[in-house]
Design a binder for this molecule. Structure first.
Ligand SMILES: [Zn+2]
Length: 106
């Protein structure tokens, strides 16, 4: 599960703090704005093995989902272009599926 790796990389890191070298990219992953490429692949690979960053990303996505709903419901305007929105929703689905596997279906 990459625990030794996480320990080695994190040291005394607080549990809800993402790795410093990943943190700058988490927003781009959470809102789907990061283009496909080596950096994105690297970050996603890291997320699989790092519970710290995974947790941080999930928090960001929840936050964005709330903001998104705030924007989406009162007005008629679409805050995201369609392509980004599809990608974002696919990302949320993936996270949801992951959480269900971790916690059991609810
Ligand atoms: Zn990490």
């Amino acid at each position: 599960m990459g625990n030794w790796l996480a320990k080695w990389m994190h040291g005394n890191q607080a549990e809800d703090e993402p790795c410093p070298h990943i943190k700058p990219y988490l927003n781009g992953i959470a809102d789907g704005s990061m283009p496909n490429g080596p950096v994105r692949r690297f970050v996603r690979l890291h997320l699989k093995d790092c519970s710290y960053c995974d947790k941080a990303l999930y928090g960001l996505i929840l936050l964005r989902a709330r903001l998104y709903n705030l924007k989406e419901n009162p007005g008629k305007s679409d805050p995201l272009d369609k392509e980004r929105r599809v990608e974002l929703e696919a990302g949320w689905d993936a996270i949801d599926a992951k959480m269900e596997r971790k916690t059991g279906a609810q």
